[in-house]
Design a protein around this ligand. Structure first.
Ligand code: SAM
Length: 297
């Protein structure tokens, strides 16, 4: 048996408040996809979930968080067995649906086995948090059945409306009254987050592409506005949801940022206020990525 110290493995909280934030974050993917999964993957997923002889299709949701995706998958694919795993599991989830189960574990210590392998392994906003995302993809590959899908999704970097990359600004380094053009407090936050917490970050597409046994069957990058004023009619509501979950993410980041010893709590709180004002006044977006690989048969 291993002992898990969640704080050492994962920098964000795993409490009720964070699970609520994650269930709101789930809505962003729903708005982007116009449903539970990327439309370009519907046929690919449906063909694999069709019941044939043998055990039911097995789906593993790694780092399931609020479990919103796992529970919705269970309600759409009644013939499938869904397993959600996470460092922390809300006990009330165990009664969510007859074909969904949950298990508390650290995925870096091994995948829960399933007879014949998984039909789908899904990990959304998880690989960035892992010490070795390439090793995770290798382990996931071994647990997939031939023809099985590895679906990875993650949030990448900030982008201005003109598609340029913002200059990161840091409190204590930059003066709010005298800023370089194209500077962004939010870009600074993400830059520091990558240095402190997402040290081995790899994009979802590059992770799948790096594995010889996986072929990318779908890859897409969506730009998500950080404020309702930059919403489009096509995806109304996106800015409000992204603004709320991002500011929640910043508050959840206060502890790990202060723990680095590079900023005081007062500085980090002021930083969040600057970010909030930036979202209200400047057209900034985040890149949200999805990539799906199929295991060669
Ligand atoms: C940002 S949340 C994403 C949750 C969910 N996939 C979603 O899209 O809403 C990342 C989740 O991964 C879990 N996690 C991080 N490292 C993990 C590990 N080593 N093993 C299992 N779960 C992990 C965290 O506890 C957290 O719930």
């Amino acid at each position: 048996m291993y002992k898990t110290n969640v704080q050492e493995i994962y920098k964000l909280p795993t409490d009720k408040k964070e699970r609520e934030r994650l269930s709101v974050q789930h809505q962003i993917w729903n708005i982007l996809f116009g449903g539970l999964n990327a439309p370009a993957l519907h046929e690919t997923i449906n063909s694999r979930m069709a019941v044939r002889d043998g055990p039911p299709p097995a789906v593993l949701d790694v780092g399931c968080g609020s479990a919103s995706w796992a529970i919705e998958m269970a309600s759409v694919y009644l013939q499938a067995q869904i397993l959600g795993v996470d460092l922390a599991i809300d006990p009330s989830l165990h009664y969510a649906a007859p074909n969904v189960q949950f298990k508390q574990l650290d995925i870096t210590h091994g995948f829960p086995p399933t007879p014949g392998g998984y039909t789908i392994i899904h990990a959304r906003v998880v690989t960035g948090h892992l010490k070795d995302p390439t090793a995770f993809v290798q382990a996931a590959f071994a647990e997939l059945k031939p023809g099985g899908l590895l679906i990875l999704a993650d949030v990448f970097k900030p982008i201005w409306a003109d598609k340029s990359i913002p200059v990161p600004l840091f409190p204590g380094v930059h003066d709010p009254e005298n800023l370089p053009p194209g500077g962004s407090w939010w870009a600074g936050w993400i830059d520091f987050w990558h240095r402190a917490c997402y040290v081995d970050y790899r994009t979802t597409e590059s992770l799948i592409n790096a594995h010889d046994g996986l072929s990318v069957v779908h890859q897409e990058r969506y730009l998500v506005p950080m404020h309702p004023s930059n919403d489009t009619e096509e995806r109304e509501g996106l800015g409000a949801v992204s603004n709320s979950i991002t500011l929640g993410f910043c508050h959840a980041g206060i502890k790990p940022f202060v723990a680095t010893g590079q900023f005081t709590r007062t500085q980090v709180e002021e930083w969040i206020r600057l970010i909030q004002r930036e979202f209200e006044t400047k057209p900034i977006y985040m890149a949200w990525d999805i990539a799906c690989g199929v295991k060669s048969s």
